[in-house]
Design a binder for this molecule. Structure first.
Ligand SMILES: [Zn+2]
Ligand SMILES: [Zn+2]
Length: 361
């Protein structure tokens, strides 16, 4: 039996890189074997890693933000060995009314490659992926950027949930709460849709993230030190912002959004709350705020995010990657994200030694 290296979560704070069998094509229908180049670590990965009472069957392979090269395709596949591909990691039933409506995140059977219940994971050398979930990477996109398509698709879906026409974003005043990977992806998509950086405000408490976000030309303020509500009023001639994206998922961020919003504004939650979402009642009621939620992305949105990247619409996106680790040190990458949050936005991991070994001059 052929073996490969893979990072598997055995329990709370226990991620081990070990030898496991190379997956075979029968793991899913129309399975294509992909050799992984890069895989990003997501907030949901960290959440699972630290959870005290895991409800999943252990151990399982992690990583859902990955790209790589086709190593084995089935006869008649549109893909062939050597094709560069990025994976839409969502696993859906393809039969329910949500799947038929293009609402794949709402499919009752939704799972992800690299999350509990799914098969395989990007923090390994090889993954078998259903052909329809693989997208060829255009020549002008490098592997590192391709690994960012998944989080960018999350941002694209959130921006779409605001139901604003692209031609109108230039006039909208917007507040983004939280400048981590999700806030970064929302901001990149707003800019791609034609938003005016002079009408955007981002809140982020940590210094390095704050600086990185400023590369978009937007105003970034600290929710701990600055008066966010006042700044939002200044940005909007005293009216309040029209749209708020909550990428922080804290009672304080939702409260700030309600106060900072203009009447009949739209609040979109993109964060994963570890608790109930609590919204201050009076602003919500008096202003008739529309509250929406945004989770993951549809298959079409994943492809559109890749297209937007190929068109060069995601500027400053390379700044999102703050560190790169070899697979053998995957646990260290998790620790960095957990203990040095202020220094990182997205960490990429590679199973290919040649990706992280500096080439001798
Ligand atoms: Zn993710
Ligand atoms: Zn379904």
């Amino acid at each position: 039996m052929e073996l490969m290296r893979a990072a598997r979560l055995h329990g709370s704070n226990d991620l081990r890189v070990e030898d496991v069998p190379v997956p075979d094509a029968t793991q899913c229908k129309e399975g294509v074997l992909v050799e992984v180049e890069w895989c990003g670590i997501c907030g949901s990965d960290l959440h699972l890693y630290t959870s005290d009472a895991p409800k999943f069957q252990q151990p399982f392979m992690m990583g859902h933000e990955f790209c790589g090269v086709v190593r084995k395709a089935f006869p008649g596949s549109t893909l062939e060995e050597g094709d560069r591909v990025v994976t839409n990691p969502t696993l859906t039933c393809e039969e329910c009314f949500c799947c038929w409506s293009g609402w794949e995140p709402q499919c009752p059977k939704l799972l992800f490659i690299g999350l509990p219940g799914g098969h395989g994971g990007g923090l390994s050398e090889f993954v078998t992926v259903q052909e329809s979930k693989l997208h060829k990477i255009p020549d002008n996109i490098g592997f590192e950027s391709a690994a960012l398509v998944e989080p960018l698709a999350v941002g694209l879906h959130a921006v779409r949930k605001a139901e604003v026409d692209d031609k109108d974003w230039g006039r909208k005043t917007v507040l983004i709460l939280g400048g981590g990977p999700v806030g970064y992806a929302v901001l990149a998509n707003l800019m791609a849709a034609g938003a005016d950086p002079g009408r955007l405000l981002v809140t982020e408490p940590t210094e390095r993230r704050l600086k990185s976000l400023q590369s978009f030309g937007v105003r970034v303020l600290s929710p701990d030190k600055d008066d966010i509500v006042k700044a939002c009023k200044e940005l909007s001639q005293g009216e309040g912002v029209e749209v708020a994206f909550d990428c922080a998922g804290k009672t304080e961020s939702a409260g700030t959004a309600m106060s900072a919003m203009r009447p009949r504004g739209t609040y979109i939650n993109v964060a994963f709350w570890g608790s109930n979402l609590i919204v201050p009642f009076y602003d919500f009621f008096k202003k008739e705020v529309t509250c929406r939620s945004s989770m993951a992305y549809s298959g079409d949105e994943f492809r559109e995010a890749l297209d937007l990247m190929a068109q060069g619409k995601y500027r400053s996106i390379g700044n999102m990657v703050t560190a790169r680790y070899p697979l053998e040190n995957a646990q260290e990458a998790f620790h960095q994200l957990l203990t040095r949050r202020e220094d990182h936005i997205k960490i990429l991991v590679t199973p290919k030694v040649s990706n992280t070994t500096p080439v001798a001059a």
